[in-house]
Every structure is written in structure tokens, then in C-alpha cells.
Write a protein that binds this ligand. Sequence first.
Ligand code: NAD
Length: 349
Amino acid sequence: MSVFEHREFDGHEQVVFCHDADSGLKAIIAVHNTNRGPALGGCRMWPYADEAEALTDALRLSRGMTYKSALAGLDFGGGKSVIIGDPRKDKSDALFGAMGRFVDSLGGRYTVAEDVGISVPDVEIMERETRHVAGTRKGGAGDPSPATAYGVFMGLKAAVRHKTGRDNLRGLRVAVQGVGHVGYYLCKHLSDAGVELIVSDIAQDSLDRVVAEFDAKVVAPEAIYAVEADIFAPCALGAVINDETLPLLKAQIVAGSANNQLAEARHGEALRQRGILYAPDYVLNAGGIVLISQEGPRYDEAKAYAHVARIHDTLLEIFRRADTRRIATSEAADYLAEERFRKTRPQAA
Ligand code: NAD
């Protein structure tokens, strides 16, 4: 298993393989780029089939954080960690204590937070061993989902402005796929803005809530792609823009919180060809990481939300660049991020 030659390596600065015999911890910490500042990114716990799969995930996710933080204008770089294990069976204080010590051994080059399979209490155990943690109760920001939803809402408004010239959403129809943590708060913003909501989910209680509170219309999960709507907002799963769903879409805009919405990079161009404006997911869903990045003794919620709102203008710039160069918005976003993290010189220690 080569690391330097790995197809996802992409110039990573540091990849650390962590093993602790007493707790059974096997983990990988990947630091992609620290030009803008220390790497910030969650820790994922997953029953990976093997080390190769864990390494691929760590590298891919860590690189993604560099792009996300750069476009969100944060003084952070990109990193991510993965613990090989089943979050339902393999968690222990000893395991997270050992993970915390490994994070600490990087001396602040990497700050750890929650991700899939890892909850706030798990990171708080790491916090006993290292101060390089974010997203814990001590930090003060709390659940990032409302901030993520606010960022999606601001980005969705930018997309509507760019596509139609309108500066309000009144009377538009938005199809929201997944009304969990982020989807629910997004529905609230949209409903307050006078939007008609069409929603799908596989959890009945989540549906009941948005029907009761926002008068949303429910469709079956597989029907959400083809509904007559102005905007499709994926807030559940990745890879939902693919060869099967693309021909079904009637919306003129795709703007939602889900990570990795494009099944393959070429689907960004496929959306452009169909005249559908795509708000790149990692630009739109950065609200949570913006909030977490502002944690600390001087945490100021109003300031954090003002920073999240900048997603609106960043997207407008991406849309304009994509139009000028006649490229997919997903590609324009990558270029802009690269300009921002490649130009910056490493900070003095
Ligand atoms: P969540 O688990 O609370 O909500 C997801 C919802 O999607 C659930 O209600 C689930 O029942 C539903 N769902 C699952 N399969 C579905 C299907 N086939 N059709 C329709 N609905 C389905 O998760 P979340 O925190 O709201 O995150 C939603 C998405 O946004 C995820 O892709 C996540 O990675 C991304 N995201 C979240 C945050 C955040 O702050 N929570 C930040 C960045 C990105």
C-alpha cells in the first residue's frame, strides 16, 4: 500500500498511522495542507474493510477540508482523521484517550472535531489529552446544523439571484430531500421566506414535523427528483446527481447541504449542459465548520453567523467565474479554492 503514489495523495503534507496496543486503536490522521493555518477536520469512525479503504477515505476527506476552509475564508487548513472500528461496538474511553494523545503529538498542526460515527462526548474524551479539539461543549458553539442550514439558505438565495435576478424567494417551490438536522432548519428559513416546500425523507417523524410546522407537501423518496420545483435541495445523501437522476430533474437550481452530491466530477459539467445552476456542496455547507472555527473564550454567535453569510457572495463570485470561463461551477469553485490556499505562504510558528 503506497502512500506517496496513492491516487488520492494529492501532495498531502503529513499522514500519520496511529496504533495503541492497550486500547486497540488503529487510526490515520491526514494533514493535507496548512498554508492557511492549522488543519481542521473531523474524526470519522467506521468499520472499514481494510487499511487501504481507511487511507483512501482519510486522504479524500482531508483534501476536501482544505478546499472547504479556503473558500469559507477561514485561517485553517485541511485535515481529517479516521478510526478503524465499529462505532456501535468498539468505542471506549481508552480508545479516545489514545486518539487524543496522537492528536496532541502533532502539536497543533491538526485540530480534531466530530464526524460520522463520532459524537461530542467522544471528542470530549480526546479533550482530556489535548487542547487541539473543536466542537465540544467547552468551545461554546454547540450543534453546527443550524449554522449549516443558514449557510445553505444564503447560498440558495445567491443561486436564485444569479439565475433569475430575483432577490427574494417568495412563491418559489423548493424540493428538499431529507429533513433531518440541516433539512429541518433549512425548511424553516425557506418557509419564513414564503417558499412552497415539497419534501421527502425515510423517517416519518421528521416528515411529520415539517408538515405540521411548515405545511410541507410530502412525496415518496424516489419521487423527489422529478417534482415540479424551482430548486432541488439535497440534504440527505451523497452521489444524488448521477446518470439516473439527471434526466429527471425539473429544477433550474441544485442547492443543498449533502456532501459529495455529484456522483462523479463530470456531473458538474452535465448539470451546466442542461442549464441547471449547481451551487457546489462544499461551498454551500461550510456554515458548521465556520461556526466551529470561531469557538473559544471570545466566541461571538452574531459574528460567527455574519461570517457564514459570506457564503452568499463567495457563490456569486464562483457563478460569475464559471459563466465567464464557460466551465462547471464545481470546477470554478475548485480553482478559486486553489488560488486561496496555494497563494498563501505558510504562517510563522
Ligand atoms: P441527518 O442524518 O440529521 O439528516 C439526514 C436525513 O435524511 C434524515 O432525516 C434521514 O432520514 C434522511 N434520509 C436518509 N435517506 C434518505 C432518502 N433516501 N431519501 C430522503 N431522505 C433520506 O443529517 P444532517 O446532519 O441533517 O446532514 C444532512 C447532510 O448534510 C449530510 O449529507 C451531511 O453530511 C451534510 N452536512 C451536514 C452538516 C451539519 O452541520 N449537520 C454540515 C455539512 C454537511
